[in-house]
Ligand binder design. Structure first.
Ligand code: T6T
Length: 326
């Protein structure tokens, strides 16, 4: 090889090695979670940490309340900016957010969904295939774990009630499905007496649970399927003076849930891993920008199951949601 050829080969190698890095450095990600709550605040921390580690830019927009009507205009505005390459988002409805997110994809923005998915979540063979990946909990399994925990806490028999947020949201829908399935298949003496939707409003959850407690004096347990549902359900049980008598299982490891676990009101807390979801979503965007073509279409981030016996174990306690003070 002549000197000239050698120089050329070296330059080509350098350009090739800089190519992916340059593409990653230019990556701009829109982060659009579901609502302001401790779960998504921890996810935001994961997103921002990864962005810093990988040297990519993130634009965060957090809806003040949960719902398609709030999330869609924010999404449209993110798309209209014209400078985003990726959107990392938790769709607030598995069907109604398909159109707005498809429009983003058509505008050249690649979509990664975190925590909630579109369609049936099977981005390989299901009805919706345009997102790169779903990164989040296996919520049906989380519902099963919660169901078994509650059934055990009430001695395998009695009436239980589910307080949830909205229909058609993949996360909480999956939790209720898994919970009911376990009761039907494994605990025939447990009867699910109701399921209410609080529209992600804690006060509504308090009122709904209070009404169920009133009309069902022999209620044995309540499952709160997310932060505000569990807070509302737990608060209603405390207000009724039934703490420790009516068992509560809480999805999401908030400070409230942990305090009430210690107080004996809540029996089991299921911690998701929002930091991991956010961090990995940004990693996936950066990897895609660098040319990686074999990213998994679904990543399940797992749980920490927290009870009174292990709440102080650092290996478990690290999954309690710690909201960064601003
Ligand atoms: O439970 C989480 C999340 O997984 C769900 O999709 C919506 O509610 C939370 O954000 C908690 O409030």
């Amino acid at each position: 090889m002549s000197k000239r050829q050698l120089l050329f080969a070296l330059i080509a190698a350098l350009v090739l090695s800089l190519g992916p890095r340059a593409a990653v450095a230019k990556t701009k990600i829109g982060f659009l979670p579901g609502v302001v709550d401790p779960f998504y605040q921890v996810m935001q921390l994961g997103v921002e940490t990864a962005a810093k580690d990988l040297g990519v830019e993130v634009v965060t927009q957090i809806p003040a309340t949960w719902g398609v009507e709030v999330q869609t205009p924010i999404l449209d505005a993110l798309v209209a900016r014209g400078d985003l390459n990726y959107i990392v988002t938790a769709p607030t409805d598995k069907d109604q957010m398909i159109g707005p997110l498809k429009a983003a994809a058509n505008a050249g923005i690649k979509v990664i969904t975190v925590d909630t998915f579109l369609g049936d979540g099977d981005y390989k063979n299901g009805p919706v295939t345009f997102p790169i990946s779903y990164i989040g909990s296996d919520n049906v399994e989380g519902g099963r774990i919660s169901g078994r925990g509650l059934a055990k806490a009430i001695g395998g028999k009695g009436k239980v009630y589910i307080n949830s947020t909205n229909p058609n949201v993949s996360s909480v829908e999956g939790r209720a499905i898994g919970f009911k399935e376990v009761m039907e298949k494994e605990f025939p003496d447990v009867k699910v007496v109701g399921l209410d939707f609080n529209l992600d409003d804690m006060n509504t959850a308090v009122q709904q649970t209070a009404a169920v407690l009133q009309r069902t004096p022999d209620l044995a347990g309540v499952f709160g399927t997310n932060v505000f549902s569990a807070q509302g359900a737990g608060t209603a049980v405390i207000n009724a003076g039934l703490g420790g008598h009516v068992q509560v299982v809480a999805y999401d490891a908030t400070q409230f849930a942990i305090e009430q676990l210690r107080a004996g009101v809540i029996t089991l807390v299921l911690a998701q891993k929002p930091f991991d979801m956010g961090y990995m979503a940004v990693q996936f965007a950066a990897a895609d920008a660098a040319g990686v073509t074999s990213l998994p279409r679904r990543v399940e981030t797992g749980f920490a199951i927290i009870g009174k016996d292990n709440v102080d174990d650092p290996a478990v306690a690290r999954f309690i949601y710690k909201v960064p003070s601003k």
